[in-house]
Design a protein around this ligand. Structure first.
Ligand SMILES: [Zn+2]
Length: 250
C-alpha cells in the first residue's frame, strides 16, 4: 500500500496556474523549458520566480556580480518571453552557495499564497550527488513551502493568520527518480532558443556540446515514454511529501 495508490500522481499537463521556482536565471529552461512552453500553449498561466540574482555565475574575475546579475536578468526575461511565460518574480538572494533556507522558505510561501498555483515546479533537492547548495536548498525550501502554505499559522509574514493555499502537486525537475515523462517534440525548438538566450551561460563556442547533451538526454527520456523527445519530472501531491516511506519509489 502506497499513498499514491489512494491519491494518484496528478496530471502535470492538466495544470493551469503554474509557479516555477528556479535557483538561478536559467534553471527552468534547462530542467523544464519545453514543458513550460507546452503548458503556456495549452492556456496555462506560468509565473517564474528566481531565487538568487545569478551574480556568481561567471569564471571571469573581471565580471562583477552586479553587472552579471543585470545581464542574466535580461537573458532570463528574453528566454521566458520565447516560452510564453506570463510573469516573473525576482527574490534577489545572493548567488553562490550562501542561501539561508528559512528565509527562502518564507519568501516562497509568500509567493504560493499570493499566486495560488495548481502546480509548483522546483529542482529536485534529493538528486543524488547534487553538489550545488543553491539547488538543494531551493528545492527543499520549495517543497516545505508547498506543504506549509496550507496552514494559516505556518510560515507567517506577520502576526495574524495567512491566507491558506494548497497546491495540487509539486513537480521536481532535474530528477533522477522520474514518474512522469512529458512529450516535448513540438516545443523542443523553443527550449533550445530559450537556452541560447542565456549567452552568458551558454556562449556560442560551447553551444554544440550543450545542445548535444540536452538533446541526447531528451531522446533517452523519450525512448522510455514512446516519443522522440521528453522531459522528466517527479510529480507528487502534497500529501505524499511528508512521512511517506514510499516517496522514492512512487
Ligand atoms: Zn542553477
Amino acid at each position: 500500500m502506497r499513498i499514491t495508490d489512494l491519491v494518484p500522481v496528478p496530471d502535470l499537463l492538466g495544470m493551469r496556474r503554474v509557479l516555477c521556482i528556479q535557483p538561478h536565471p536559467d534553471d527552468m529552461e534547462v530542467g523544464a523549458g519545453a514543458t513550460v512552453a507546452r503548458l503556456c500553449r495549452a492556456g496555462g498561466r506560468v509565473r517564474v520566480v528566481t531565487v538568487t540574482d545569478g551574480g556568481a555565475g561567471s569564471a571571469d574575475p573581471a565580471m562583477s556580480p552586479a553587472e552579471l546579475a543585470a545581464v542574466r536578468r535580461g537573458e532570463a526575461e528574453a528566454a521566458a518571453r520565447l516560452l510564453g511565460v506570463a510573469e516573473m518574480g525576482w527574490l534577489g538572494f545572493p548567488d553562490g552557495g550562501e542561501l539561508e533556507e528559512g528565509a527562502v522558505r518564507r519568501a516562497l510561501a509568500r509567493e504560493i499564497r499570493a499566486f495560488r498555483p495548481d502546480l509548483l515546479l522546483a529542482p529536485d533537492p534529493w538528486l543524488p550527488y547534487e553538489a550545488h547548495p543553491d539547488h538543494r536548498l531551493t528545492g527543499l525550501a520549495a517543497a516545505a513551502a508547498a506543504i506549509l502554505a496550507a496552514f494559516p499559522y505556518a510560515l507567517r509574514s506577520g502576526e495574524g493568520p495567512e491566507p491558506r493555499h494548497e497546491v495540487q502537486a509539486v513537480a521536481f525537475y532535474g530528477t533522477a527518480a522520474p514518474n512522469t515523462r512529458v512529450d516535448v517534440g513540438e516545443t523542443w525548438a523553443l527550449k533550445l532558443e530559450a537556452l541560447r538566450a542565456h549567452r552568458s551561460q551558454f556562449p556560442p563556442e560551447t553551444w554544440p556540446f550543450v545542445q548535444a547533451y540536452f538533446e541526447g538526454k531528451a531522446r533517452e527520456i523519450g525512448a522510455g515514454a514512446g516519443c522522440e523527445l521528453a522531459e522528466a519530472f517527479k510529480v507528487l501531491p502534497p500529501i505524499a511529501l511528508h512521512f511517506n516511506v514510499d516517496a522514492a519509489a512512487s
